[in-house]
Ligand binder design. Structure first.
Ligand SMILES: O=C(O)c1cc(=O)[nH]c(=O)n1[C@@H]1O[C@H](COP(=O)(O)O)[C@@H](O)[C@H]1O
Length: 283
């Protein structure tokens, strides 16, 4: 395998060059129908192609949500494969949002699926769930290091239900940390010494309000979904992320996609979000 430059460095450069924004490709049936498309494979193909053609040459990061492609079976996955390849070809980074999490050889197989350059679904990074234990992610951490890819580990998710797991206090932890704080500490360890930015990111919802109880300084990217349809705005980022705000990758799906199907309003929406983020974080 010929490794790429590490994901963290590629991400920093992409956000400097194109602006600090990730556009999520979530092909909801309701969006397809709002775009005048059928909720079927040709509709999915047209929707995805439109997003790629409108935005691939100007947005830094894309996050296709695998579930919205998987729901059409192998033909939906073929649409996803082409989108990932086209986005990467246009110089964008692709974070595959598949939220995988398993153990041992099964986790290794998930890693091969998304993080091995010979895979048809090869992406720059993958969202993963650490709730079978952070150590269960090791095969993905190892392959990501070898291939120049990244991971985004669910730490403090944007949905209110996440708190019962993520904010639970660990009884065996001498410092009495929460589960999420322990995940952030693992990430900081995996990113130690990396410049300009480590490749192992955390997912931290932009909807969560004050997070000053958490050490978000993990020397890695903080993927921040929740802007737009879930109610957060770019202006919320400094108060949620504090000084770690410079490492935030704000992610917007419906907030951009609802402006389709024409390319010009899609581009204008993405540009507006990137400008608002720049203004909010002082980039
Ligand atoms: O990992 C994610 O991307 C994610 C984590 C999280 O805490 N909250 C969250 O909404 N997401 C994803 O981010 C996207 C949000 O979409 P919008 O609410 O339409 O912007 C969806 O694909 C979610 O699955």
């Amino acid at each position: 395998m010929s490794p790429l430059e590490p994901f963290g460095a590629r991400l920093r450069h992409a956000m400097d060059a194109r602006g600090p924004l990730c556009v999520g490709i979530d092909s909801h049936g309701s969006l397809l129908s709002a775009w005048g498309l059928n909720d079927d494979v040709p509709g999915l193909e047209r929707f995805t192609r439109t997003v790629v053609e409108a935005l691939a040459d100007r947005v830094a990061v894309f996050k296709p949500q695998s579930a919205f492609f998987e729901r059409f079976g192998s033909r939906g996955i073929a649409v996803l494969e082409k989108a990932v390849a086209d986005l990467r070809e246009a110089g964008a980074l692709v974070v595959m949002d598949a939220k995988r999490g398993d153990i041992g050889s099964t986790m290794a197989a998930y890693a091969e699926t998304f993080l091995h350059e010979d895979s048809p679904l090869f992406a720059d990074a993958l969202t993963v769930s650490p709730y079978l234990g952070y150590g269960s992610l090791e095969p993905a951490v190892d392959l990501a290091r070898r291939s120049g890819c990244g991971l985004f580990v669910l730490a403090l998710t944007s949905n209110p239900e996440g708190a019962e797991v993520q904010r639970a206090v660990r009884t065996e932890d001498p410092a009495g940390r929460t589960v999420a704080a322990a995940m952030l500490a693992h990430l900081a360890a995996d990113n130690a010494g990396q410049t300009p930015l480590g490749s192992f990111g955390a997912v931290v919802g932009a909807t969560l309000g004050d997070l000053s109880a958490y050490d978000l300084d993990i020397n890695g990217p903080l993927l921040a979904p929740g802007i737009g349809a879930q109610g957060a705005t770019p202006a919320d980022l400094p108060s949620v992320f504090g000084k770690a705000v410079r490492n935030v990758v704000p992610s917007v799906s419906r907030g951009v996609l609802r402006h389709g199907p024409d390319a010009a309003p899609l581009r204008a929406a993405a540009e507006r979000y990137a400008d608002e983020v720049r203004a909010a974080v002082g980039a």
